[in-house]
Design a protein around this ligand. Sequence first.
Ligand code: EPZ
Length: 428
Amino acid sequence: MDNFVINGGHELFGEVSISGAKNAAVAIIPAAILADDVVRIENIPQISDVQLIIEILDRMGADIKLVNKNTLDIDTSNINYQSVPYELTSHFRASYYLIGAMLGRFNQAEVAMPGGCNFGVRPIDQHIKGFEMLGADVDIVDGMVCAKADKLMGTSIYMDVVSVGATINIMLAAVKARGLTIIENAAKEPHIVDLANFLNSMGADVRGAGTDVIKIRGVEKMHGCTYSIIPDQIEAGTYMVATAACGGDVLIKNVIPKHLESISAKLEEAGAEVIEYDDAVRVTRFKALNKCNVKTMPHPGFPTDMQPQMAVLLSIANGTSILSESVWDNRFQYVGQLLRMGADIQVDGKVAVIVGVPKLAGVSVKATDLRAGAAMIIAGLVAEGTTTVEDIVYVDRGYEDIVEKLSALGADIKRVSVNDDNAVQTAG
Ligand code: EPZ
């Protein structure tokens, strides 16, 4: 197991380049199942969730070639239909995209229920509703989602809840269904648009992605293509918040500024300055941080995946801030770790009241999930003294080269391996 050891108190200066978007990559890679030819996917982030989805396709018989560390050629023309067991799906949420992709390719799917960060109950009723409305019979048997259809027929589907995963899964199942599928009350995240663009590059007919009505006209065949994944909105936002929290001046490159507008606006409200360029944003902060209220919302609102990171910044801002989580039932588990560092936060249901304190103190903390892990790192960067972040396997799920990227900005952070006898070596 590895830990991060951080000596805090350093401002951040320099440049950081953002990797491909995790939540786009884990949808686009399984979507390759729908093509009957080689697809070349570029700007793939080297993170464990992506490695897991690639391993599943490999086990299904896909021919996967590494072109370079962030580019793959994937040929699924000879994959075999097979069920996907729990030991492969339980480590991450996006494994359930295999259901939509396999339904689209084989008219059937048998995939174990997914894992993923623990924010309370994470139902998949909207996914199942979509598959059934397209004509599939769906049952959950011994933890396996079993879906089967004679043929998938396009239809209109009104989502009861704005759901990124369900919107994506229905898109994957519908692109080769017969006729027109209309998804209403669809999610509008950047990775939904990225998937739609990828599907259309393979010959699909998807229109309206990024709005709340997506129209998909089924096609017979889908061919290979070359596609580059968009930059990661949440990775970029994490470095933006880290810079504002630590103070300093950082150019965050290889981003789409429009995807970051809600984060930029909140950071300026808190006292940072954000300058937008074509494919970069520059964050500077030298004056005191001010309180501000944050409410997480589906895109284009403030992203829920930036909520823990923002809580760290607000915990050292002047005044009292209100942080409301409107997407997940229980996404404040990390607060207990911040309280151990001296933060003053009270959580009541889906609202956290954050009273700013002059400083945080470095201690040993745990990463309770992926974005909470990123938040613990930011807390260590701003804290006085040394912070050890444990359970960083979560962080490796979504942040490529985070130690190298932060060190290049002047942070004092090291990855250390803790082996069985607790002897500590510094990892390479
Ligand atoms: C995706 O999760 C992301 N994961 C999450 O990011 C992100 O927090 C979330 O979207 C919201 O943006 C991936 O893309 C792999 P949802 P997903 O379906 O698809 C309810 C990260 O840090 N709901 O949009 O699982 C659900 O309970 C991760 O990268 C139903 O009720 O989220 C929640 O309250 C963490 N029924 C709300 O909808 C369903 O069938 C939004 O969930 C599906 C969802």
